[in-house]
Design a protein around this ligand. Structure first.
Ligand SMILES: Nc1nc2c(c(=O)[nH]1)N[C@@H](CN(C=O)c1ccc(C(=O)N[C@@H](CCC(=O)O)C(=O)O)cc1)CN2
Length: 297
């Protein structure tokens, strides 16, 4: 029987588990505050930001919404970030990706105060993660660690293949799996668009993390019997549905399910965890900023 790893359920547990930390912060007179900055009219990005605000409301985090015209000069975004950096009542800043082409993404990531960088994308936070003492783990890979733990997947000595080398998912995921820790100690291979014989590599893996952004590129034929499959892809594919599209992962779910011992669905797998770990990081940021020791789930 294949274990279907329920991201909605694990995310709900994380949200519930934040209650003690929220109480400790409330006792100290602090309400964690997340500022989201959206400079895009992409419907998917709008959906994700709106879901993040709903999540914040559920756990009692204050969420502030900043929207910048995607055609506006990049300076407008930089000025907003500078303002949020300087505002002591804001604990976390999230700039929704992707940004318009005329905005220098690297400048944006460098500009966010690393102590408020709840995405974990600032070069200082990336360096800390790679060095093995992370301040904020990027939300998607952090969420995947929680999903693996929830399904009792032992990463110790496992052969893990990460398909995709993005800064948001692939690279930090590979680093976390490598780390000397209870949720790491794996032997990690990172595959990408220039990898030769991809199927050979995925077939040799105990854990496959598919994060290439290519709909259904990993199928059952590319997997070993009983492996764990984490599908990070959330691709909107045109379909005859009410919304005009359906969500499809990077994994061909039905065929992969035949082979996998455990698998995440899309939707309802990694996506909800990305949002849950954003709350986690925001509560941590508030605790750090206010000098309150918080017990995080
Ligand atoms: N600043 C950031 N930008 C982006 C990140 C990020 O971590 N930080 N990750 C992705 C998108 N993303 C978060 O912003 C994200 C994607 C999907 C979901 C999610 O909950 N998906 C649901 C389905 C939602 C739907 O109906 O469309 C699911 O999978 O069940 C949350 C967050 C790129 N940008």
């Amino acid at each position: 029987m294949t274990d279907i790893i329920d991201g909605n359920a694990v995310a709900a547990e994380v949200r519930t588990g934040l209650a003690d930390a929220m109480d400790a912060l409330a006792d100290a007179g602090t309400t964690p505050c997340l500022a989201t900055v959206l400079m895009s009219d992409d419907p998917a990005s709008e959906t994700y930001v709106s879901m993040k605000h709903n999540d914040c409301e559920e756990v009692g985090i204050e969420a502030r919404d900043y929207e910048i015209d995607p055609e506006a000069p990049a300076d407008e975004l930089y000025a907003t970030i500078d303002e949020l950096n300087a505002d002591p009542s804001v604990h976390g800043i999230l700039v929704q990706m992707p940004l318009p082409d005329h905005v220098d993404e690297r400048e944006v990531l460098r500009r966010v105060d690393p102590a408020k960088d709840v995405d974990g994308f600032h070069p200082e936070n990336v360096g800390r993660l790679v060095a093995g003492h992370p301040r904020f783990k990027p939300c998607t890979p952090h969420g995947i660690q929680k999903l693996l733990a929830s399904a009792d997947v032992d990463t110790e000595g496992a052969d893990a293949v990460v398909v995709g080398r993005s800064n948001i998912v692939g690279k930090p995921m590979a680093n976390l799996l490598l780390q000397k820790s209870e949720t790491g100690n794996a032997t990690v291979t990172v595959c990408h668009s220039r990898t030769e014989n991809l199927a050979e590599k995925t077939r040799a893996a105990d854990i496959v993390v598919a994060a290439a952004g290519v709909p259904e590129m990993i199928d059952g034929e590319m997997l070993s019997e009983g492996c764990t499959v984490i599908d990070v892809g959330i691709n909107r594919v045109e379909a005859d549905t009410e919304k005009g599209y359906e969500l499809v992962g990077d994994v061909a779910y039905e065929s992969a399910k035949e082979k996998a011992g455990a698998i995440t669905p899309v939707p309802g797998g990694v996506g909800p965890m990305t949002r849950a770990m954003l709350l986690w990081n925001t509560v941590k940021a508030a605790g750090d900023a206010e000098g309150v020791s918080v017990d995080l789930p």
